[in-house]
Design a protein around this ligand. Sequence first.
Ligand code: ZN
Length: 278
Amino acid sequence: MREIVSSRDKNRISDVIYKGSKPEFIVRKTLREIYFNKCAYCEIPDSKPEVEHYRPKGKVAEDSNHPGYYWLCYEWTNLLPSCHYCNTETGKVNSFPVSGIRVMSPPLDEAGNSLFAAHTLNSAGLANEKPLLLHPEADTPDNGSYFRFDYTGKIYGIDSRGRGAATIDICDLNRDNLLTFRLKFVTAELILNLEKALDKYYKGEIADVESFVSLLRILFEVWIRGSHPAEPFSLFALYAQNNFIEIIAEDAGKTSEQRLILTKVYEDFVEKRNFLPA
Ligand SMILES: [Zn+2]
């Protein structure tokens, strides 16, 4: 039988997470790095995110008889970095609706020991709960099947199970500041620069059509880097790039001719860019 020791000497502990003077900072720092200093739910930049429990640890808003997923309190796959708003206020707090069989207690073996393998996010028991809240990693919300946006930055759920809509509702993803920030970080600067370029071109202030097209291509090249996962609101950026007419051209072009020019140059730019070596 293994000897059980008790010591205040942190150097006797092998787990590195407990060896720091402030262990919670190690968890937060690691989550922050993985998620590029962004909230895992709303993508707002946050250099001091809170450590959020995907499955709430203390209680479940949708089931007053549930004690909370206390056994997942320190389960790594249950932790996400969250901004204060998404974690509290009108955000997620203890909400965790499911459409499957809710797990009410920790899985134990006959001796009463925790079955840690059944604690991970993708374990069969937990997967059978069929959560409505999308998990930023396990559910790949950027694959185009859960969300669409409009040109104001508003997000909508589109999947038949309603997971996108539920996630928007749970995390309040259409709050005013998010709409403002999505436009500020993703579309506003490009639209303004395209408007300026079109204005100059139609006033004859750009030498020729080749120079005009070159200018547009430079603007697109700078903009398209904003969909990198490290950038704030990259989900909206990716959507805008894949839906250029709806999100950008219709706003930046004052006439149908201008909108057509922007669309044609953009489509040609994307086509040629896709052939470039990575
Ligand atoms: Zn957030």
